[in-house]
Write a protein that binds this ligand. Sequence first.
Ligand SMILES: Cc1ncc(COP(=O)(O)O)c(C=O)c1O
Length: 377
Amino acid sequence: MSKISEVSNWKYSKFLKNEKNNFNKNSILKILPKLFIDEAYNVISRWNNYFPTPLISLKKLSKKLNLNQIFYKDESKRFNLKSFKALGGAYAVEKITDGNKEIIISTATAGNHGRSVAWGSKNLGLNCKIFISKYVSENRAEVMRSFGADVIRVDGNYEDSLNECIRQSKKNNWQIVQDVAWKDYILVPKLTMAGYSVMMKEISEQIKIQKISHIILQAGVGGMAAAMVAGIARYLDHVPQIIVVEPESAACVLASIKNEKIEKILIEKESIMGGMSCGEVSLIPWEILKNSISYCVTVSDEYVSKTVKLLARGEFSSEKIVGGECSTPGIIALIGLCNDKQIKDQINLNVDSNVLLIGCEGDADENLYQELLKKND
Ligand SMILES: Cc1ncc(COP(=O)(O)O)c(C=O)c1O
């Protein structure tokens, strides 16, 4: 069926208020400095075929939920790479190699980050080695090979692929371009986040004089969410309520906010939202997120294919939208929060609200996207 009317009984899974919320522009911009953010925009906006991705109004959904506006940043159009990740890895490759063509790049990836790193390496004529886990589809591997990367499959999960990447990179003197930070590995993840913040620069211009009241940000290891928070600190005068959404099976940000320190969680079942199926928030994002997010919410996989279909059929907006699995949780969370009258009131979601959602990816995994479209639910 896939009609907008079906969303009336959708639910979020968990909701948590961040008692430590104390948004502070200056401390955020100490962690991801304005200089980094501005440089990323200056560089990326000069790349071939750069244009801001569309900011679509989900008019039908805002009417249904009784909100003023729902903006949807459509990253399916990002440089033909079909996800916001195009902004991060490729930018970090360019900055870290600084014109040196001898450097061999390496990374571990769930898919989209590696695609960006492979694409950036190809554009600069650099060799590139990409490590993937057994969970990454052959389809995604093929796309990275099409950009000239050597793709190395590791028998294990994402963490195993990262460990193998680090081991081989140390041995062969390859330059790792990773989107997660660890002790002594800080600069590249910061550059990656600076690249992502270009989305907020574009949004700040696209909304013109309108004020965003709420922003819902997906998190895997938290890089994208923290980059957007830094973008808010850099570009917006009005600070919206910041809500982080995660799959219920991989809610590492929620667990960390709850316990006021980084918590590693055990993922018992991989979420269909593969890019967000992460067990531990990254160091730099955590430093930004811990005091700046207002709420955490989790959602189940149950509504993912339904949302993909509703987007594709133009049930939320006047246009049809290609949104992959990781584009759905913001929509699902918003619907779930609005369906809970008490929470809706508590967080001031009402007729005056302008909500920003990030449509992180299009059909980046074409096979999975087709499966989700065809799923009979
Ligand atoms: C495709 C994709 N990968 C990964 C992520 C997670 O990004 P990060 O790991 O920086 O939190 C997202 C969004 O949350 C996404 O849409």
